[in-house]
Design a protein around this ligand. Structure first.
Ligand code: ASP
Ligand code: MG
Length: 293
């Protein structure tokens, strides 16, 4: 079993999403859990919706959300040829849930509403991509990660309930691989025992991939990024920056500690627990070696 994570940049527009099948074709005969982030800057856009709602600027919240809806519905038009009606309906179910809330008045903490709104980015992107890949002859099963990963209710920084999540992964996720080699789910988000949505902290999709790797005892994890792996320094600042072929878990934690935007710092621990290798590779240049951690 492998775990792949596609970040926001790798699915930020039509061309980039169109690039996914060529990568996944190579893994058709393997079992892969595919963890998807929200498209491009959607999480930032959803944060603005949550803030407008909380400040009781209802019209702003609704119109900001309308833009997010349009962006996703446009992609349905361009990417999905046969099942566009069904795909649109699935997206609409998520839209409706948010809009219901936006018509209410906030009575709870901001962080609670933040998570209920912001989680939509991953639900939308993963649904769209699941439909698209099914039509691109890459059959897959979509699953709502909130039914798999249970957390406490520390909204915006939720803590995983490892024991409960292990049980649901064994009971609900593993059997899905009997029918499909690819299962698609969301990064960054999870759910509480009261069916509230939670998030794991910004850029948390890497962490989600590592959580699943630990729970599935995966052979390895690949984070697909828009760079050729991890570099020795920021290439925008240092011309002499080179690609690093191999790093230890410890070196990655240190890099994150000193502020390098490499991968989410929480990602390493679950991998280290089970000595699971992590690859960081370029989705623009999948044949290149990338970095092995
Ligand atoms: N979509 C979330 C964010 O932008 C999670 C992630 O991309 O890892 O923070
Ligand atoms: Mg991201």
């Amino acid at each position: 079993m492998k775990v792949f994570k596609f970040g926001g940049a790798s699915i930020s527009n039509y061309e980039r999403i169109k690039n996914l099948p060529s990568i996944l074709e190579n893994f058709k005969d393997e079992k892969v859990l595919i963890v998807i982030s929200a498209m491009g800057k959607m999480t930032n856009a959803l944060e603005k919706v949550a803030a407008a709602f909380y400040e009781e600027r209802k019209e702003d919240a609704l119109s900001l959300f309308q833009k997010i809806k349009n962006a996703h519905l446009d992609l349905v038009k361009y990417l999905i040829t046969l099942q566009w009606k069904k795909a649109g309906d699935s997206l609409n179910d998520f839209f409706t849930e948010v809009e219901w809330m936006l018509h209410d008045k906030p009575v709870k903490d901001f962080n609670y509403y933040y998570d209920q709104v912001v989680c939509t980015g991953e639900l939308l992107s993963s649904t769209l991509i699941s439909f698209y890949l099914n039509e691109a002859n890459l059959p897959n099963h979509w699953i709502d990660v909130r039914d798999l990963l249970r957390t406490d209710d520390t909204f915006r920084d939720a803590k995983i309930d490892w024991e409960y999540s292990q049980k649901t992964v064994s009971k609900k996720l593993i059997p899905l691989f009997e029918k499909n080699n690819f299962v698609i789910t969301q990064g960054f988000i999870a759910g509480t025992d009261e069916n509230e949505s939670t998030t794991l902290g910004r850029e948390g999709s890497d962490y989600t991939a590592a959580i699943f790797a630990q729970l599935l005892n995966a052979d390895n994890v690949t984070i697909w990024k828009d760079v050729n792996g991890i570099m020795s320094a920021d290439p925008k600042e240092f011309k002499e920056a080179v690609n690093l072929e191999e790093l230890s878990y410890k070196e990655v934690i240190e890099m994150a500690y000193y502020g390098a935007q490499v991968i989410h710092p929480k990602t390493i621990k679950p991998l280290q627990n089970k000595l699971i290798p992590l690859y960081v590779k370029s989705f623009l240049n999948p044949a290149s070696e990338g970095t092995l951690i």
